[in-house]
Design a protein around this ligand. Structure first.
Ligand SMILES: C[C@](O)(c1cnc(-c2ccc(S(=O)(=O)c3ccc(N)nc3)s2)c(Cl)c1)C(F)(F)F
Ligand SMILES: O=P(O)(O)OC[C@@H](O)[C@@H](O)[C@H](O)[C@@H](O)CO
Length: 626
């Protein structure tokens, strides 16, 4: 049994006051840590929120050696070398499209980014009259592009099955599995499948933890942990049979929310990889470290360009916060891949902030024709799958009012008359109509178009010399800029709505095993009580009973998550049970007695027997009292 104990390593959270002493903070996976920069972000005003997020996003580009423990970073020599090795492998694949394929795969945001990169680079190939050579897999299928499908992430067999289907008949496959936290069983199953078929597959793991921090919890119904899969990948990397691209980018601004920095770093790293391989395969440009460094520096400039608009972005944060607080909605009306960025950001709000599916929604010109997703038009799956501008005009616009915020996302290359017409229509229903408009130096948003918008964030990009690919690179940069702006306003808006406690999303839906672990860890951090006690309270809230039976206690975690998916406010309820040592019903009535969950929790934590002051609570939460 020793072996299983070695590999059934649930991250133990030390009991009260021993956070630092036990080296606990150091052992935490970087992607799951709380970022000290944002420990009070829930008290910040809109402009401060933007500034804190700017500092967090800047950590993506931080060079190695600037932190106490040396983790490799995006600019590290080791990462650059691996990027070169993988790009060379991809160049070979691109030269033999008949028998080979590049497959990108991920869960949640990682799967959405896989879809975006694959469709964008397939379009680039089409423009070069080349056969398309990329394919994507997203856990839960194309409906996961638009809605949160958390359960498939826990299924390693499903991942392997999907991969086998996509690669039927191929002789050479470069498989890129994206799991930012090095934790998704769906991806572990795919990597394991590749390593059992190395004659065809070259597996690449993309994530943002050191491999020794890969998730080491036994995957239910399977024989390996993600950690063991990563160890085997590391072994194979020695003779270039597998690769791991895992620079540290620092903890997320909202604890564990890998859609933000990790998502941005995924897009940056994979686009650099694909561009280098394309240039080598089709323009005979050698793959070099300098070429890759130039690309990285171009993306770092996008960070500067984006945050030079902080003041105007903070106005949008405030506006979105107001809409959400009033029970209004936020609608992103986007063109081409900027529409995709809106759809991706909107789809992340329910799992990240407990938003309703209708609170924040994205729409794209020409709907699924523009999306070009594998499963085509899936509007029949329900109203939340109707994503075309026409669907917005028909189904949503009649109900739009001043409580709502509408944000256009376009470039000056889009159809300005279409934009003007739609903007005029919408401004009849709400004055809260804003825009993010990307233009090239020397071109400006025409006055007649401007008039419909309450505010416009105009981003001007340098003129690109006609070369076809240069325009393509600028499109990728405009997407990243738009992703950052949308992440800022959806995160900032929900902070102003009171959904965030310090930098934790307390009221998270415990809908897969990673979220169960996060919920348990947050309970221990916030209440200072033991892991076992916290687990009891969490299960009481999940199973809606004060009397836990052994069959409940010994059920698999996936059983707990299935049950939890049907419940609300499970974690806040458990906090009150723990803080007041009270029954489920009493905990629920205490929560209801306060206007926001945050106030209820603060009241209960303050009132605990030990009479902790707010500062003592904060110190405990940030692991400062040892
Ligand atoms: C920072 C914090 O202590 C914390 C947050 N999340 C976590 C975890 C979230 C998810 C996990 S996990 O699914 O076990 C996991 C996820 C990824 C990975 N590489 N290893 C483990 S641990 C932990 Cl252990 C601590 C706090 F305060 F939020 F609770
Ligand atoms: O890429 P990972 O670490 O495997 O995570 C995959 C998904 O859990 C993750 O993308 C989640 O959907 C997002 O809401 C995270 O902000």
């Amino acid at each position: 049994m020793l072996g299983s104990r070695k590999h059934n390593h649930i991250i133990e959270t030390p009991d009260t006051g021993k956070w630092q002493l036990a080296g606990y903070e150091a052992s935490l996976p970087l992607t799951e840590k709380s970022n000290p920069i944002t420990k009070e972000i829930d008290k910040a005003d809109p402009l401060q929120i933007v500034h804190l997020l700017k500092l967090c996003d800047a950590e993506i580009f931080q060079e190695e050696g600037e932190t106490v423990i040396n983790y490799q970073r995006l600019y590290s020599e080791s990462v650059l070398q691996t990027l070169i090795d993988v790009a060379k492998k991809m160049e070979d694949i691109l030269k033999d499209p008949e028998h080979s394929l590049v497959v990108l795969s991920g869960c949640g945001t990682s799967g959405r980014l896989a879809y975006l990169l694959v469709t964008s680079f397939n379009r680039l190939l089409k423009g070069l009259q080349k056969k398309h050579n990329y394919d994507y897999i997203i856990a839960g299928g194309d409906k996961a592009l638009l809605t949160s499908q958390e359960a498939p992430e826990d299924n390693p067999y499903l991942g392997a099955e999907e991969l086998e289907k996509v690669c039927a008949g191929k002789k050479q496959v470069l498989f890129i599995g994206i799991s930012c936290g090095l934790s998704a069983p769906f991806i572990a199953g795919q990597l394991d499948f590749c390593m059992n078929n190395l004659n065809v597959f070259t597996p690449v793991l993309v994530g943002f933890n050191p491999t020794n921090m890969a998730r080491n919890e036994i995957i239910e119904g399977w024989h390996l942990t993600f950690y063991q899969v990563a160890e085997r990948m590391q072994e194979l990397q020695k003779n270039y049979r597998a690769f791991i691209l895992n620079p540290a980018v620092g903890p997320e601004a909202i604890t564990g929310s890998s859609r933000m920095k990790a998502g941005s770093a995924t897009k940056i790293m994979l686009e650099i990889l694909f561009l280098a391989a394309h240039r080598a395969a089709f323009s005979n440009k050698e793959i070099t470290a300098n070429g890759i460094l130039d690309c990285l520096q171009a993306y770092e400039r996008v960070h500067k360009v984006t945050y030079s608009q902080s003041k105007k972005i903070s106005v949008l944060v405030n506006q979105v916060g107001e809409s959400l607080q009033k029970g209004g909605h936020v609608y992103y009306i986007g063109w081409q891949t900027l529409g995709v960025m809106g759809i991706i950001d909107a789809s992340e709000c329910p799992p990240t902030f407990g938003a309703d599916v209708g609170d924040v929604r994205g729409f794209i010109n020409n709907g699924y024709k523009e999306m070009d997703n594998k499963e085509g038009n899936i509007a029949s799956l329900g109203p939340e799958f109707c994503i075309a501008h026409d669907d917005f005009v028909r189904n949503i616009l009649p109900h739009v009012n001043d409580n709502d915020t509408v944000l256009f996302l376009f470039t000056l290359d889009d159809d300005l008359s279409e934009i003007d017409k739609l903007a005029t229509q919408i401004s009849a229903n709400t004055s809260n109509l804003h825009a993010v408009a990307h233009s090239t130096a020397g071109h400006y948003v025409p006055e007649n178009v401007k008039k419909s918008f309450a505010s416009i964030i105009s981003i001007t990009w340098p003129i690109v010399f006609s070369e076809y690919e240069g325009c393509f690179v600028q499109k990728l940069q405009r997407e990243l800029c738009t992703k950052w702006i949308l992440n800022i306003i959806s995160t900032g808006g929900h902070i102003l709505k009171g959904k965030i406690y310090y930098n934790y999303m307390m009221d998270l839906k415990v809908s897969n095993t990673k979220l169960f672990r996060r919920a348990l860890a947050i309970l221990q951090r916030v209440t200072g009580q033991s892991r076992l006690r916290c687990q009891e309270a969490l299960l009481q809230a999940i199973y809606d009973t004060d009397e836990l039976t052994d069959p409940i206690r010994t059920s698999e975690v996936t059983k707990h998550t299935q049950m939890a998916s049907t419940k609300n406010q499970v974690v806040p309820t458990a906090v009150v049970i723990l803080a007041r040592n009270c029954s489920l019903t009493e905990a629920r009535s205490r929560l209801d007695a306060h206007p926001t969950m945050r106030e209820a929790i603060e009241a209960c934590l303050r009132a605990t027997g030990r009479k902790r002051t707010a500062d003592q609570i904060a110190a405990g939460i940030h692991g400062e009292n040892d």
